[in-house]
Write a protein that binds this ligand. Structure first.
Ligand code: CAA
Length: 265
């Protein structure tokens, strides 16, 4: 009974010390995002966000073929305009929550990251991928456009021309191409994907949690504002960190030549 409950869980969670591994678990549909899976993802994000023992998160897909092959086409096919807009807002809201989680989220892309799957990658802090992973925004092949942030985040990340090439062709691209354009930071052998992603997450989890949250916030805030405004935000956040216990501990530990023990306060 309990085993079935675990197998049926649409987003599995496994903790390794301070790192939570979340696995989107709908492999027969290549982890396509239907409403129940999106809601479960939202719950899991809330859960790891609120858990003081979790300091970094790795997000991956179950099965060998799929990270996430997009929003669920069967579910969307009969949507009317208002339902589709609502669905896009729900997906955008859940993905935006990753940015405000206050904890780094690394995507470990094991297979197809298409449509909503690529948009999920774009919402994470950064991504590493299996050499077998495939990337793309094929929405125009279905007569629609990306709805979970793809038109906005991809253009900001890889530039307008490259983003439009991807969005307008709907082509599926290799992992090498995704690496070349900066969508992922590293490619690894498929069997090395989780070990490498978890190792990076473990390393990040030893860093000051208050600083980690501030770093993502300031990078994101600076993404689409003039440099001078971004620099002001950086200085303000830098200053604020000197009110944290983590700053006192981090600098004291360096001066005392010992590892820091951060409390996340
Ligand atoms: N929605 C629903 N079901 C999907 C799916 C999706 N996005 N992607 C794959 N599946 C299902 C397939 O229907 C199939 O189910 P059955 O076995 O019941 O037929 C199963 O997953 C396995 O898929 P395939 O047999 O198609 O596997 P393949 O290896 O031949 O092809 C693929 C893999 C190229 C990824 C192909 O499945 C595919 O093109 N999927 C759709 C990709 C796509 O268009 N994604 C964008 C969705 S729209 C979107 O995401 C909007 C947004 O921005 C919010």
């Amino acid at each position: 009974m309990e085993l079935n409950a675990i197998a049926d869980d649409l987003v599995l969670r496994r903790d390794e010390g301070p790192v939570a591994l979340l696995t989107l678990n709908r492999p027969k549909a290549l982890n396509a995002l239907n409403q129940p899976l999106l809601q479960r993802l939202a719950e899991r994000l809330r859960e790891v966000g609120a858990d003081p023992n979790v300091r970094a998160v790795v997000l991956t897909g179950s099965g060998e073929k799929g990270f996430v092959a997009g929003a669920d086409i069967a579910e969307m096919a009969d949507y009317d305009a208002a339902t589709a807009q609502h669905f896009a807002l729900i997906g955008q809201g859940i993905f935006s929550r990753i940015a405000s989680l206050g904890k780094p989220v690394i995507a470990a892309v094991n297979g197809f990251a298409l449509g909503g799957g690529l948009e999920l990658v774009l919402a994470c802090d950064f991504a590493i991928a299996s050499q077998k992973a495939k990337f793309g925004l094929p929405e125009v092949t279905l007569g629609v456009i990306p709805g979970f942030g793809g038109t906005q985040r991809l253009a900001r990340l890889i530039g307008r021309q490259n983003a439009l090439r991807w969005i307008l062709t709907g082509d599926v691209h290799s992992a090498e191409e995704a690496l070349r354009l900066g969508l992922v930071t590293q490619l690894v052998e498929p069997e090395q994907l989780l070990p490498v992603a978890l190792e990076i997450a473990q390393r990040i989890a030893t860093r000051g949690p208050v600083a980690l949250a501030a770093a993502r916030q300031v990078v994101d805030q600076g993404w689409d504002v003039p440099l001078a405004d971004g620099l002001r935000k950086e200085a303000a956040a830098f200053g604020k960190l000197f009110r944290s216990q983590d700053q006192k501990e981090g600098m004291a530990a360096f001066l005392q030549k010992r590892p820091a023990k951060f409390l996340g306060k």
